[in-house]
Design a protein around this ligand. Structure first.
Ligand code: HEM
Ligand code: FES
Length: 346
């Protein structure tokens, strides 16, 4: 049995990012609690803890959800992508502090089971005007915990990349639940409308960058099948930046067409790790490197270099009159694809 890539372990950069994130959170909490106790000296300390942790977690969730689209819009944000999972786990810990203190403070000492109390103690689902806010917090917390627990690559391998990815897309359900949690919860709080405006601004920001990134990476229409129905025209060879790729739709699939000097080759545009966009990757020492977490693939075989055993399908390429013609069907595993040679163009 071959080896598979192991989890993205700790390294100096990751430690640096983690320390930076933790120091940022501690400073934020100190500032929030310090300023709160000066401005509202009569408020209970638990209130500052509940609100400090919740604001930090919700803010961090917005940062986490911004990283993906920002990295698609500008590769300078890619290093943040490598650390996104650690930020997610940190966020789940802070959100848990908020949820647990809230449960202890408001639900632990009554006649009801604390979780029943969370579900029924404020508002009711029967009338739209009196919707409760805490069940939305509970839903978000369950999702966030589920994601944190399965964030390790062990679960990625157990569940398979598509299932894991689908599970982790629930983060958007958690985010929507939290927007409801905050807006419904603060609705009755007349002290300030700032949290409402901040929440709406955060939502507008996230929606805008997600839409912009979706437009940026939307696949083009399927390339025309040529006279020979087994090939598609991927455009002019010299238009592909050297050591980089373009994404081409081939019969509904995204294919990454790379140029390595005078050689052009094509492989699936979907990384086996977490479906990262290989066409946004680059060639390093002759290997295709995924932009998300650095998985590598040999250009012609599509296999990860030994001892790893990941594989992406490859497609034959030939060049005719400077145009790149990509085979419409992938090569079987284990075979070497044919690269197109730009000198051969006639
Ligand atoms: C069982 C789960 C949860 C319960 C019982 C709960 C409870 C509460 C309560 C009682 C408040 C009002 C606090 C106040 O006005 O002083 C609140 C607000 C808030 N919660 Fe939660 N919450 C839960 C989960 C979450 C989670 C997972 C997050 C994730 C970030 C979150 C984020 C917020 C935010 C941003 C606010 C508004 C700011 C604030 O007033 O504290 N909550 N929550
Ligand atoms: S998606 Fe993680 S390395 Fe490609």
């Amino acid at each position: 049995m071959g080896a598979s890539y192991q989890s993205i372990g700790f390294n100096r950069h990751k430690w640096r990012y983690d320390v930076f994130a933790m120091v940022g959170i501690i400073l934020f909490l100190a500032l929030f609690i310090g300023a709160g106790s000066v401005l509202y000296p009569s408020a209970a300390p638990e209130t500052f803890l509940i609100r400090g942790f919740s604001t930090a977690a919700f803010g961090l969730l917005h940062i986490i959800l911004s990283i993906g689209p920002l990295a698609r819009l500008n590769p300078r944000f890619l290093p943040l992508l490598y650390n996104r999972r650690h930020l997610g786990v940190l966020m789940s810990l802070i959100a848990s502090a908020h949820a647990l203190i809230s449960i202890i403070q408001f639900h632990a000492f009554g006649d009801l089971h604390p979780l029943t109390s969370v579900l029924i103690s404020d508002g009711s689902f029967e009338r739209l005007g009196s919707l409760p806010f805490q069940p939305f917090g509970l839903l978000a917390w369950i999702i966030i915990l589920l994601m944190a627990v399965t964030s390790h690559d062990f679960w990625l391998r157990q569940l398979s990349a598509p299932t894991w990815k689908r599970l982790h897309m629930l983060v958007y359900v958690a985010w929507a639940a939290l927007v409801a949690h905050v807006l419904l919860g603060i609705g009755s709080d007349a002290v300030s409308s700032a949290p409402i405006w901040l929440t709406l601004a955060g939502s507008a920001w996230l929606i805008t960058i997600h839409v912009a990134a979706a437009f940026r990476s939307a696949p083009g229409p399927d390339k025309q099948l040529l006279d020979d129905p087994l090939e598609v025209d991927a455009g002019t060879a010299l238009d592909i930046p050297d050591q980089r790729a373009i994404a081409v739709q081939v019969v509904g699939e995204t294919v990454a067409v790379f140029r390595d000097g005078h050689r052009v080759f094509a492989l699936s545009g979907v990384c086996q790790h977490q479906n990262g966009p290989l066409a946004e990757g680059k060639l390093v020492d002759g290997k295709v490197v995924c932009p998300w977490h650095g998985y590598e693939y040999c250009p012609l075989k599509g296999t990860s270099p030994p001892p790893f055993d990941e594989w992406v399908p490859t497609f034959d390429v030939r060049i005719s009159e400077g145009q790149v013609l990509v085979s419409a069907s992938p090569n079987p595993r284990g075979t070497e694809s044919t690269a197109g040679l730009i000198e051969d163009a006639s």
